[in-house]
Ligand binder design. Structure first.
Ligand code: CMC
Length: 376
């Protein structure tokens, strides 16, 4: 229970004004720069959405193609970074690799990483580089061939190529593209807030994204998508869903992929991803994950009244493509980086050091005891 005047977790605190993203938690709506997420997921591409987040307007066809070409041109990593990545333990958590590599990238791109130099160009560089970082690490630990920048591929197709070393089908590319669109921004979620706090000290874009990657890693945030698949593995078959979920709830365990700080109804991203999980499952002739998740949803809603969030269905789609579980949160990061950087650039436009206060509940006026006289 919070003390009077304390907003634990900054719940319901309005910390700043933003034009980038709006969530209507009671109506289940998500808007990027004025556009409903359902329209964007149905009709646009990740390239269009990244452009929208950075420039505040939808691109023309030629602007969208230019951005796609730019991503292609910016995908390669400095050889000195790849050398350092080669020394990272292959059993490392990919989010640790991503965080450390984004931070290290700044060492080799000092101009772009200079405080005050942050620009849409830096945002594009980071967005282009993240899938390559993840792919470089995953290919090394899996013995796959060295990654190539493949400038002809969209971000979605490149991500699948980077991780699996194969050409995605049209349906797979579209499924990943939709997932990237849906994850690209979400107002002041914890990782975006971390990025804005970092930027508000006038630190640089690379530092802000490093803070954000570390924050996204946690299981209450981006890490939830990996835990959902662990739960499905534990449940095994739909008939056991009721028993396993109820047993967890009776022990006050959280069921990952459910609940949200802002949405009081179903997260619209979950609605769209549920359809895609079914669509990809049907195409692969494997509806096991979809059926398990539907059953888990039914039990969690009945027992706790909770709705699914974006993390419930995303992992089932990636798993059907053959992507390992520990890459789900890095995939989330390679989309959310567009939102993080848009927020950082917005922060610089109207900068105010983010520095809340704490209600002090410790002692005051203790008598100082010299170290030689202290006991126990
Ligand atoms: N499973 C079981 N109980 C839950 C869950 C859940 N997933 N989520 C909330 N509750 C319960 C919680 O135990 C509490 O019950 P009680 O009042 O009896 O103690 C009540 O609901 C309120 O929970 P809260 O922690 O005060 O709510 P919050 O606004 O701080 O939590 C949340 C938001 C996302 C941290 C939480 O719902 C959660 O832990 N969900 C599971 C992790 C997850 O799926 N995270 C992804 C979030 S969305 C996308 C992203 O950020 O990546």
């Amino acid at each position: 229970m919070a003390a009077p005047g304390v907003q634990r977790g900054l719940e319901d605190v309005v910390a700043l004004e933003s034009r980038i993203c709006f969530i209507d938690g009671h109506r289940g709506r998500l808007i990027y720069q004025g556009y409903d997420i359902r329209d964007l997921a149905a009709q646009s591409t990740f390239e269009e959405v990244a452009y929208l987040l950075w420039y505040g307007r939808l691109p023309t066809a030629s602007q969208s193609n230019d951005l796609r070409a730019r991503f292609g041109a910016l995908r390669s990593l400095p050889p000195a970074l790849v050398e350092r990545m080669d020394t990272m333990p292959v059993e490392s958590n990919p989010m640790d690799v991503l965080r450390t590599s984004v931070s290290a990238l700044a060492l080799f791109e000092p101009d772009e990483a200079r405080p005050g130099a942050s620009s849409i160009g830096g945002a594009q560089r980071l967005t282009a580089a993240l899938p390559t970082i993840i792919g470089t690490f995953h290919r090394r630990r899996s013995g796959l061939p060295t990654i190539r920048p493949r400038p002809e591929l969209s971000q979605a197709a490149y991500l699948v190529y980077a991780l699996l070393d194969r050409e995605p089908t049209e349906l797979e590319t579209r499924a990943v593209d939709v997932a990237l669109i849906l994850h690209a921004d979400h107002e002041l979620n914890a990782s975006t807030f971390a990025a804005r706090v970092t930027a508000s000290t006038l630190s640089d874009l690379y530092s802000a994204v490093t803070s954000a990657v570390g924050t996204l890693k946690g299981p209450l945030h981006g890490g939830a998508n990996e835990r959902v698949m662990e739960l499905l593995d534990e449940i095994g078959t739909p008939e056991l869903a009721e028993e396993v979920v109820k047993s967890k709830l009776s022990k006050h365990e959280r069921i990952m992929g459910f609940g949200h700080r802002v949405y009081k109804v179903e997260d619209p991203r979950a609605t769209i991803l549920r359809e895609w999980s079914k669509k990809v499952g049907e195409a692969k002739g494997n509806l096991r994950y979809y059926e398990l998740l539907r059953k888990v949803e039914e039990v969690v809603h009945r027992e706790k009244g909770l709705y699914p969030n974006v993390d419930l269905y995303s992992g089932s789609i990636y798993s059907l493509l053959g992507i390992p579980h520990d890459l789900f949160t890095p995939i989330f990061a390679s989309s959310r980086v567009a939102g993080w950087t848009a927020h950082v650039l917005e922060e610089y436009q109207d900068l105010r050091l983010i520095r809340p206060t704490a209600k002090y509940v410790g002692a005051t006026d203790l008598a100082y005891v010299p170290i030689s006289e202290r006991t126990g």
